[in-house]
Write a protein that binds this ligand. Structure first.
Ligand code: SF4
Length: 61
């Protein structure tokens, strides 16, 4: 799974709450592990679904 966060991110922290293994809030934006074999891919997908800015993009390998 490949995860990236666009510059639409406002740093609300929803993604880091749902999937802290992948997303880390840093000030007003989020750092996502670019390539991550997530232990719980469903939580990562939830983060993308619930991002209010629609800033999270996920691609399957
Ligand atoms: S949920 Fe979206 S807007 Fe909020 S911190 Fe994560 S990527 Fe940014």
């Amino acid at each position: 799974m490949y995860v990236s966060v666009s510059n639409k991110c406002k740093g609300c922290g929803v993604c880091a709450t749902l999937c802290p293994e992948v997303f880390d809030v840093c000030g007003s934006f989020v750092i996502a592990n670019q390539e991550h074999v997530c232990g719980n891919e469903d939580s990562c997908i939830d983060a993308a679904l619930y991002c209010p800015q629609n800033a999270i993009m996920i691609k399957e390998y």
